[in-house]
Design a protein around this ligand. Structure first.
Ligand SMILES: CCCCC/C=C\C/C=C\C/C=C\C/C=C\CCCC(=O)SCCNC(=O)CCNC(=O)[C@H](O)C(C)(C)COP(=O)(O)OP(=O)(O)OC[C@H]1O[C@@H](n2cnc3c(N)ncnc32)[C@H](O)[C@@H]1OP(=O)(O)O
Length: 285
């Protein structure tokens, strides 16, 4: 009971610290173009929740791995440590803080949510945090699979694992190459992943051939002794209009958007926005 109390106190301390870190992380990105930020902490504030920060549902194993990587690295804005790993913040809307013309504001105001962040009950779905190596050839993810991700009884659904692999490879690819889409994802499931367990995903940069960039991914136990999944993926670099072209077509058909709005569509705003700068890095190795 005593140990439980101490553990809970430690978790609560960690979470309240994470709120502080979260505010520190969020503030540098404030611009005139963004919604006003208030000083209250999530879940009471209008600030975005950074889902990659610890919450009380994180297991001891997840926290150990998180502490290991954060102690060897720094947050994206360079506030923690000075090791080789950078923690990547993670929100449930990719474009939430972008601004722009009529079409874009419709996209922003929609109910869309990033698939792997749309279960908001802590511990129920995808709990994960990504770290990228400063040298950029590796990106790792600590992933705790919640009970809503069941496939075979007591084990993680293969589609949930695929979504996580796509997320880790996709984020890695976006960080290195800017706007990309997955063209091909080939997965070998070697061993079922128990629900509730914590696993590591390691994305490795492969060949780069023009617009094509290849990645591999391994899902293992946190000590690396058990291999659950191995995969290979191809990402293709695209222009922002490749994605928005389809979106605007849909908006004309189903929403209150005219072709005039499309002509005025500020893809430049997208490319200029803080969100795009932060999510789609333009650095190349
Ligand atoms: C403005 C929006 C902002 C949104 C920001 C969003 C997120 C980024 C930020 C942070 C990341 C956060 C979370 C990450 C989470 C998840 C990542 C999700 C990524 C996805 O989940 S994304 C959805 C699934 N994805 C699609 O929805 C793609 C649909 N598809 C297409 O959009 C086209 O199909 C495309 C573009 C792929 C190709 O079309 P294309 O016309 O541009 O190119 P083309 O066909 O000419 O091929 C050129 C060369 O690629 C080879 N090639 C093509 N396809 C191949 C294949 N399948 N296998 C092997 N090789 C292939 C050809 O053989 C040729 O090769 P070569 O040049 O050697 O001949």
């Amino acid at each position: 009971m005593m140990r439980y109390g101490v553990a809970m106190a430690s978790i609560l301390r960690r979470v309240s610290q994470s709120f502080v870190n979260h505010r520190l992380l969020a503030s540098p990105f404030k611009t005139d173009l963004m919604r006003p930020m208030v000083t209250l902490s999530w879940p009471f504030s209008a600030q975005p929740r950074d889902f990659s920060l610890p919450n009380p549902s994180w297991s001891k194993e997840m926290m150990q791995q998180y502490d290991l990587y954060t102690s060897q690295g720094e947050a994206e804005d360079g506030e923690e440590g000075s090791g080789p790993w950078i923690r990547l913040p993670s929100y449930n809307r990719t474009l939430k803080f972008a601004t722009g013309g009529a079409c874009l504001s419709k996209i922003i105001q929609s109910e869309a949510r990033l698939f792997t962040r749309n279960i908001t009950v802590p511990g129920a779905g995808f709990e994960y945090v990504l770290f990228i190596k400063k040298t950029q050839e590796k990106c790792v993810c600590i992933f705790q699979a919640g009970h809503l991700l069941e496939g075979p009884p007591g084990h993680v659904h293969g589609g949930a694992t695929a979504a996580m692999i796509d997320t880790v490879n996709g984020t890695h690819a976006s960080y290195l190459c800017g706007p990309v889409v997955t063209a091909n994802l080939n997965i070998n499931y070697r061993s079922p992943i128990p629900l509730g367990s914590t696993v590591m995903l390691e994305s490795t940069l492969g060949q780069r051939e023009g617009r094509k960039t290849f990645f591999s991914c391994r899902v293992t136990s946190t000590d690396g002794s058990k291999v659950y999944v191995e995969s290979k993926a191809l990402f293709l670099s695209i222009s922002v209009s490749h994605i928005l072209g389809g979106t605007t077509e849909h908006l004309i058909r189903y929403h209150d958007v005219t072709p005039g709005d499309i002509t005025a569509l500020p893809t430049r705003d997208l490319e200029d926005s803080e969100t795009m700068r932060r999510t789609w890095r333009t650095r190349r190795p």
